[in-house]
Design a protein around this ligand. Structure first.
Ligand code: HEC
Length: 160
């Protein structure tokens, strides 16, 4: 009986995932504790992203001088953080009452969301390359691309 119930549940989960056209890479949070932890982890990634983006925004605005070493380091870190995003965002917390700004659309349109992650990866990699090349005339545009990648994802997938 238990097994039957389990199988039925799994089938229901699978069919709802398939019906929404999502890739099976995502996983539903098992319970509230799991969902809460997932929110903490993903928000931590975004806090680290913010901490690395802060100085770049300052440089682009001219509030602080351009610093090639910081651009290289933070560009590399942003790429690494973007690499973690998919793993930490794939836990679907929709069914739980969690304190989050993540929109349901993330898990409804997972491949689109992954596309936004890829955009941040390439913008960060580009920033690193530009910083390494040391061409100061390119810095501002490269930072702008990273900022645009943040905004483009937030517009669609993050609540205000
Ligand atoms: C692929 C989508 C995506 C990209 C790219 C992205 N974000 Fe976010 N961001 C989110 C989502 C979704 C949340 C909401 C997370 C939550 O509340 O669970 C978020 C939350 C945040 C938060 C709030 C974290 C907290 O503690 O609640 C900050 C700050 C942030 N993002 C900054 C950035 C910056 C800066 C960039 C670019 C360098 C960026 N994000 C790129 C999707 C993205």
């Amino acid at each position: 009986m238990k097994q039957l119930l389990k199988t039925g549940l799994m089938a229901a989960i699978l069919s709802s995932t398939v019906a929404s056209g999502a890739v099976l890479a995502q996983e539903a949070a098992m319970n509230e504790k799991h969902a809460d932890a997932a929110v903490t982890y993903r928000q931590s990634i975004f806090q680290l992203i913010r901490s690395n983006m802060g100085p770049l925004g300052g440089m682009a605005k001219g509030a602080i001088p351009f610093d090639q070493a910081v651009l290289e380091t933070n560009g590399m870190r942003l790429e690494q953080l973007a690499n973690m995003m998919s793993d930490y965002l794939k836990v679907d917390t929709r069914k739980f009452d969690v304190d989050t700004a993540a929109k349901d659309e993330i898990w409804e349109n997972w491949s689109e969301f992954e596309g936004k992650i890829d955009a941040l990866k390439s913008a960060s990699a580009n920033l690193y390359q530009v910083a390494q090349a040391g061409d100061e005339s390119q810095y501002r545009a490269a930072i702008g691309k990273v900022g645009a990648a943040c905004k483009s994802c937030h517009d669609d997938f993050k609540a205000d």
